[in-house]
Design a protein around this ligand. Structure first.
Ligand SMILES: C[S@@+](CC[C@H](N)C(=O)[O-])C[C@H]1O[C@@H](n2cnc3c(N)ncnc32)[C@H](O)[C@@H]1O
Length: 393
C-alpha cells in the first residue's frame, strides 16, 4: 500500500471507532476485509489510528473537524507532513482537500488547555491539582507513542548479554541508565516475541516504571510474597526474578493469570497461583503487593481509549475497590510485614487520598516510602506507597 492509502485506511478504521467500535476490533475487522494489506501496512495503519486516538481533541482542533478525516488532517499538520502528500495523492489515498479544508485554522497548539493537552474537561482541574507544575508536560507526553521496554531477568543473564542476544535477532536496544534491569527497544520491537532472548526467559516486556517500583520494594530474603491483584503476573514475575522470592499470585479473575505458568517457566521461577478460596487458607504473607485496579491514567499513551472513556462515576467505582482491596491486603500481611499499594495512575484521588484514608483507618500502620512517577519518555506514570506496621523499623 502507498503511504497515502494507509492514511485512507486509518480514516476508515477511525470512522468505525467514532461510530462506537473498539479500536483493536475495528483494526482486525478492517484487516479481515482487506486481505491484500501486508503486516507492515497493518502496523502502519494501527500506528496512525492510535496516534489519532491519543490526541483526538487537539487533532480535531488542528484539522478543524471532529471527523476521522479532520483528525488525520490534524495529525499531518501537527507532525509537519504536507497534507497534499496524502490527500489527493494517488488513486488509493483520501480525496483531495476542499478549499475550506486547505485553510489551516488559527489554533495555538501550545495552549495549556484541556483541549490542547488532550484531556476530558471534567478531569482537567483534578489533573492539574494532582500533577502541579508537571500537569501540562505529563499530558503532552501522553499525546505521543510510548517507548517499548524490556526487563532483563538477571537470574538468567546480564544486561549486556541480553542486548547481544537481541541484536542477533535484529532487535536494537539501549540501556536505561539507573535502572539495572531495563533495556529500551529502539528497533524491530515486533520481533521481540519470536526472539531467542524472549523465548529463553532472558527478557520480559515491562515498562520502566514497574521495574523501578519492584526494585524499590526491597523484598527481604526468603520472604513469602503475595501479589494480590496479579493480572498477567508481570510484577509477580519481577519479584520472583529480582529477589528469588517465593511468590503467590492471586486475582479475582483467575483467567487473567492464564499465561503466568508459561511465563514463569520461561523465566526459570515458580509462582504459585491461589484463587480466593485457597488464599483464605494461607497464613499471612511477609510482603503483600496490592497493584490495585485503577484508571490507568499514567499509561494512557498505551490505552488511549481508557482516557476518553473515564467518567467521574468510574473513578468513584475504582476508589471504592481500591479502599476495599487495600484493607483486605493489610489483613493478609504479617504483623512485621510489608504492605505495598501501587497504581499506574497519577491522580491524587487514586493514590494519596486512598493511602491517607487507609492510614487514618489503620493507625497501626505507617508509610515507609513513596515512589511517585509521572509519565516521561523513559517511563509511564506510577505510584507506590510502602507501609509497615508501626511497631517495626
Ligand atoms: C492493575 S491490574 C494488575 C496488573 C498486574 N499486577 C501486572 O503487573 O500485570 C489490577 C488487577 O486487579 C484485579 N482485581 C480487580 N478487583 C479485584 C479484587 N477485588 N481482588 C483481587 N483482584 C482484583 C483485576 O482483575 C486486574 O487483573
Amino acid at each position: 500500500m502507498t503511504p497515502a492509502a494507509r492514511y485512507a485506511a486509518a480514516i476508515d478504521v477511525l470512522d468505525a471507532i467514532l461510530s462506537g467500535a473498539v479500536a483493536e476490533r475495528a483494526i482486525t475487522q478492517w484487516a479481515r476485509s482487506n486481505r491484500f494489506a501486508g503486516s507492515k501496512d497493518r502496523a502502519a495503519i494501527r500506528d496512525h489510528v492510535f496516534d489519532v486516538l491519543r490526541a483526538k481533541r487537539s487533532l480535531s482542533a488542528i484539522g478543524d473537524a471532529q471527523t476521522a478525516r479532520g483528525m488525520i488532517l490534524g495529525l499531518l499538520r501537527r507532525d509537519g507532513i504536507a497534507p497534499e502528500t496524502v490527500f489527493g495523492a494517488g488513486d488509493y489515498g483520501p480525496s483531495a482537500l476542499t478549499d475550506a479544508e486547505s485553510r489551516a485554522p488559527n489554533v495555538d497548539i501550545n495552549a495549556q488547555t484541556a483541549e490542547m493537552c488532550d484531556l476530558p474537561d471534567w478531569l482537567w482541574p483534578d489533573w492539574q491539582e494532582s500533577l502541579g507544575d508537571q500537569a501540562v508536560a505529563a499530558a503532552r507526553i501522553q499525546q505521543r507513542r510510548a517507548g517499548i521496554f524490556l526487563r532483563v531477568n538477571l537470574r538468567k543473564t546480564d544486561v549486556e548479554a541480553a542486548r547481544i542476544a537481541l541484536a542477533e535477532d535484529g532487535i536494537s536496544t539501549h540501556v536505561v541508565p539507573e535502572v539495572k534491569t531495563c533495556l529500551q527497544v529502539t528497533e524491530n520491537e515486533r520481533r521481540i516475541l519470536q526472539s531467542h532472548a524472549y523465548l529463553n526467559g532472558w527478557v520480559e516486556l515491562q515498562d520502566t516504571a514497574s521495574q523501578m517500583a519492584m526494585l524499590a520494594l526491597n523484598v527481604p530474603q526468603d520472604a513469602r510474597v503475595l501479589d494480590y491483584c496479579a493480572g498477567g503476573g508481570g510484577k509477580a514475575l519481577a519479584l520472583a526474578d529480582i529477589y528469588g522470592a517465593c511468590v503467590t499470585a492471586h486475582d479475582s479473575d483467575p483467567r487473567r493469570m492464564g499465561d503466568l505458568d508459561a511465563r514463569a517457566k520461561r523465566a526459570g521461577v515458580t509462582i504459585v497461583q491461589r484463587n480466593t478460596d485457597a488464599l483464605s487458607k494461607e497464613p499471612p504473607f511477609d510482603v503483600v503487593l496490592c497493584d490495585a485496579p485503577c484508571s490507568g491514567s499514567g499509561t494512557w499513551r498505551r490505552t488511549p481509549e481508557a482516557k476518553w472513556g473515564l467518567t467521574s462515576d468510574k473513578l468513584h467505582y475504582y476508589n471504592e475497590l481500591q479502599r476495599e482491596i487495600l484493607a483486605k491486603c493489610a489483613s493478609l500481611t504479617t504483623s512485621t510485614g510489608v504492605l505495598a499499594y501501587a497504581t499506574c495512575s497519577v491522580l491524587r484521588a487514586e493514590n494519596d487520598e486512598i493511602t491517607a484514608q487507609f492510614l487514618s483507618n489503620h493507625p497501626d500502620w505507617r508509610s515507609r516510602s513513596v515512589l511517585r512517577l509521572y509519565p516521561t519518555e523513559l517511563h509511564d506514570g506510577f505510584y507506590l506507597n510502602v507501609f509497615t506496621p508501626k511497631n517495626t523499623r
